[in-house]
Design a protein around this ligand. Structure first.
Ligand code: LLP
Length: 385
């Protein structure tokens, strides 16, 4: 019985819902990644969008990892939490002038640029400051990530990146933009990828595109292969860590970096998802006609993944060891999609029981909203409770 990993007596004193972060698990995860990357030309930039909580960011920065940001505010937050500017990359299909200024003024490592008009604007704004902006061109590799369609980004019909056929025109354009310095290529095919063969396809494609650049006389010091490594949402207690060993081995084998070339990774979910749980309290057990509803005080404003992506999160009743019963676990928000799980078997529940929704450390707190004027959930940490 894994309930022992949660300090339930301490939870009893706290207002719900809240996020609880297992800092030991986060550290074990960071150490596992460090072990897999330190003797390779591999550099991990944590995808801040997964969770921008400052306590977590400081912990991740302390292991020497960089930050992958997608907004000006994420850059400021990363800097504030100890990521050095030379380890910050800035991606995003629609960077505003204000955000580009933030990147330039703070001398971040590079902009992952996604279109010719964006390159022109960055060139112009850098020129005004007498700076040269480092650029990694985001190329759409047209590789199927075999994941949910909302989180597939590397297929032809997506809004992200420059299509392969547009690369010659992009290079020609760049040759006239004297305030830009090309440092590499950027790819990202999607998120929650559990079929690692998609990454193999990405490697094959990245090598092919790199070869084309070499033929144009352009060396690429950096290949950024994005993020996307999936975690096991079904069995968080048995598989608390993503398979980092297999993931990094695959890139070493199939990407075959050139001598001196650096490979960048932008992992988000696999770093922070397992360590976070959304803790809620049962408000009411409502007997329906054909099923029972467990109405909890956390809702889609605290964790939107089930409502938005039909995502599965393992759910545990921390207060009960009675026999399992099936419930529809629902939140209090005025939306029919405010459902965490349907017909989920958990220990028999009563009003006041504490419910843990697991693997919620990524895209949970960072996607929380104030819909219905609700509070943003608080965060507590295993080492500070
Ligand atoms: N790099 C880029 C360019 C990205 O767009 C993303 C995620 C990442 C890295 C990090 O991917 P990760 O390692 O976390 O899979 N809200 C959705 C996921 C959206 C992912 C967006 N991009 C969810 O809750 O499943």
């Amino acid at each position: 019985m894994i309930k022992g990993i949660f300090p339930i007596e301490k939870f009893e004193q706290l207002d719900t819902p809240f996020y609880y972060y297992d800092m030991e698990l986060l550290r074990a995860t960071l150490q596992a990644i460090k072990t897999e990357t330190e003797n390779r030309p591999f550099h991990v930039h944590y995808a801040v969008k997964a969770n921008a909580n400052s306590r977590l960011l400081r912990e991740i920065a302390s292991y020497g990892f960089g930050a992958d940001c997608v907004s000006g505010n994420e850059i400021l937050q990363a800097l504030e939490c100890g990521f050095p500017p030379e380890k910050i990359v800035f991606a995003g299909v629609g960077k505003s002038d204000k955000e580009i200024h933030i990147g330039l003024d703070n001398d971040i490592f590079c902009f992952n640029a996604e279109s010719i008009p964006e390159l022109e604007v960055i060139n112009h704004l850098a020129g005004e400051k007498n700076k040269k902006a480092r650029i990694a061109l985001r190329v759409n590799p047209n590789v199927d990530a075999r994941t949910h369609k909302y989180i597939t980004t590397g297929l032809g019909e997506n809004k992200f990146g420059i299509n392969e056929e547009d690369l010659p025109a992009t290079l020609e354009k760049m040759s006239g933009l004297s305030n830009l310095k090309m440092v590499g290529l950027h790819f990202h095919i999607g998120s929650q990828i559990t079929d690692l063969s998609s990454f193999e396809d990405l490697c094959v494609k990245a090598r092919k595109i790199q070869q084309w650049f070499l033929e144009q006389g352009i060396a690429l010091p950096i290949l950024n292969v994005g993020g996307g490594l999936g975690i096991n949402y079904q069995h968080p207690n048995h598989f608390p860590l993503a398979d980092f060993e297999a993931y990094f081995r695959l890139f070493k084998k199939h990407l075959m970096p050139e001598p001196g070339q650096k490979i960048y990774f932008e992992l988000g979910r696999s770093i922070v998802a397992p360590c976070g749980s959304l803790i809620s309290r049962v408000l009411f057990v409502k007997e329906g006609i054909q099923k029972n509803f467990l109405i909890v005080d956390g809702g889609m404003t605290d964790l939107i993944r089930p409502a938005l992506y039909q995502a599965y999160h393992h759910i545990e009743n921390l207060s009960s060891i009675e026999q399992n019963e099936p419930y529809d676990v629902v939140g209090p928000i005025c939306e029919s999609s405010d459902v965490f799980a349907e017909q989920r078997s958990i220990n028999r529940a009563k009003r006041g029981d504490l419910i843990a929704i697991r693997s919620a450390g990524a895209y949970g707190e960072s996607m929380a909203s104030r819909y219905n004027c609700r509070d943003i959930p608080a965060a507590y940490y295993s080492d500070l409770l």
